[in-house]
Write a protein that binds this ligand. Structure first.
Ligand code: ADP
Length: 498
């Protein structure tokens, strides 16, 4: 391990002017370090395929050191002595520092992920909001007293799990970092976080801001590397007390198996195939732009993307015509032009999405957007695509494509709509478009998923809103005050009072 002693005491200024990390990307026990092996991974700009930086390719040794640092922060570090209100103030301070650096953080996020600058700016605002929300939530969740026998007193106590492991994906690096980290810290856990190897530069900058804000050593540790090395080593480590994972169902199964072997609990957020259900009485002026945004946001690389459109027979031609118009006007381009959508994250993701599209008969294609003439040929651009006339069993109606592809089917009545909507292995979110209030409630109650939007669609939105799935979408709830419950465990204390 080589401590990088030549790093300046205060990095944010440098980071924000695009300083290179050049592999010094592990934050363990309060200091930035390189991987012992000296191995690195390139960070690629998805808009032009160029290498923009390098990160450490860490392995089990770095993970063990990070877990040890987290454990000592809990056992006898400054972190263990902070009052809840002081933890809250620290989170609030991090939030303020993120706000103060919004523009530079957004530029970093846009360059790393390819997302349009305005969306990256929104992501950083939400990132600050997570730290603010959980900073304020620190001292709001208490235990209770329970009526029991007359000569006994019973109370419950919420305690941190201990050392929590967090594995996050590349689609919303800033937001998901904050979504999982802030509630864990709020409840007094010590964290070891592994960001995704495809895009993580903003998580390094955010970690440095947290250090500057005064977060005690060991309370937050970050280790970069691949999923197979650093990720698997973190998930399998017996020193963990809880695991939080956001990513693909395949990796989610591995994470849950690893958690089971160590007898610890885990939260899995694994994506979806979320339906937008449009009834004949829907307000289309309102619905169409939000349905479009629900699939082009982040180029469809959003767990809660509305990727299946279910339309009632009688308005299907009108809905498709309006959406055709909207899709054909959409332009994919590099982030600094602030286009409707950016590139996909990687060549691998591009191949995956194009694979689905080339397996689909051209007769199903209703509309395609375009790619901006200034976009680099080496970028990973896929124009948004609207498909219709697919069978419910078609992979495009069943699989999470994770690209800007909206697949449409018709339904006859309410029962048909619910059957189709619930007819995948996933269950994350759903949008319902109807002006009939009683129907809104019937459908919302019948849908098998974690969030339902009635005449609105907030893919990814709402720090306050509990979020999570059923079935292949995972389990556990993040966001809102629910996350504070997830990141703590309940102890029941029974006292004989004589
Ligand atoms: P994707 O296929 O879209 O990249 P993944 O689920 O593989 O989604 O990746 C999400 C996160 O999980 C990333 O941080 C990645 O490094 C990590 N990861 C991938 N494979 C493993 C694994 N076997 N064990 C632990 N973490 C992993």
């Amino acid at each position: 391990m080589s401590r990088n002693d030549d790093l300046p005491a205060s990095l944010p200024g440098l980071i924000m002017t695009r300083a290179r990390w050049e592999g010094c990307t592990n934050f363990i026990g309060g200091s930035w370090q390189r991987a012992a092996s000296g191995q690195t991974l390139p960070m690629i700009n998805p808009a032009d395929g160029q290498v923009i930086d390098t990160i450490s390719r860490s392995s089990s040794g770095e993970i063990s050191r990070a877990i040890k640092a987290a454990r000592s922060a809990l056992d006898d570090g400054e972190w263990s002595r902070l009052h809840p209100v002081d933890r809250g103030r620290l989170l609030m301070r991090i939030s303020e520092m993120i706000r103060a650096h919004t523009d530079r953080l957004a530029a970093l996020e846009a360059g790393d992920t390819g997302k349009p600058l305005s969306q990256a700016t929104h992501d950083i605002t939400a990132t600050a909001r997570y730290f603010e929300f959980y900073g304020g939530g620190v001292d709001k969740l208490g235990g209770e007293t329970i009526p029991y026998l007359n000569d006994h007193d019973v109370r419950t106590r919420r305690e941190p799990h201990g050392v929590t492991g967090h594995i996050i994906p590349w689609n919303y690096p800033a937001q998901i970092y904050a979504r999982t980290l802030a509630p864990a810290l709020a409840m007094g856990n010590a964290v070891v976080l592994k960001p995704a190897e495809e895009a993580c530069l903003v998580t390094l900058a955010l970690t440095e801001l947290a250090r500057e804000a005064g977060l005690p050593p060991g309370s937050l540790n970050l280790v970069t590397g691949t999923g197979e090395d650093a990720g698997a080593a973190l998930a399998a480590h017996p020193g963990l007390d809880f695991l939080s994972f956001t990513g693909s169902p395949t990796t989610g199964t591995r994470i849950q198996s690893a958690a089971a072997r160590n007898h610890i609990d885990c939260t899995l957020e694994l994506g979806g195939k979320s339906p937008q259900i449009v009834f004949a009485d829907a307000d289309l002026e309102r619905a169409i732009p939000l349905i479009l945004n629900g699939i082009i946001q982040n180029s469809g690389q959003t767990c809660s993307a509305g990727s299946r459109l279910l339309v009632q027979d009688e308005i299907a031609p009108e809905v498709l015509a309006r959406l055709q118009h909207a899709f054909e006007r959409c332009v994919a381009g590099p982030p600094d032009l602030d286009p409707d959508l950016g590139p996909l994250i990687s060549a691998r993701q591009c191949e995956r999405v194009n694979g689905y599209l080339s397996a689909c008969n051209d007769d199903h294609v209703v509309a395609r957007g375009t790619i901006h003439p200034e976009a680099s040929d080496a970028g990973f651009f896929v124009p948004p695509t609207l498909l219709s006339g697919l069978e419910p069993s078609d992979p495009l109606m069943q699989d999470e494509v994770f690209g800007p592809v909206l697949s449409c089917m018709r339904f006859a009545d309410e029962a048909d709509a619910v059957r189709l909507a619930n007819g995948t292995d996933y269950g994350l979110v759903a949008g319902v478009w109807t002006c009939d209030g009683a129907r809104q409630t019937r459908i919302a109650n019948a849908l098998e998923c974690g969030q339902v939007f009635l005449n609105c669609f907030g893919a990814g939105g709402g720090v306050e809103l509990p979020f999570g799935g059923v079935g292949k979408s995972g389990h556990g709830r993040e966001k809102g005050l629910e996350a504070l419950r997830q990141f703590s465990r309940l102890k029941t204390i029974v006292q004989w009072t004589g």
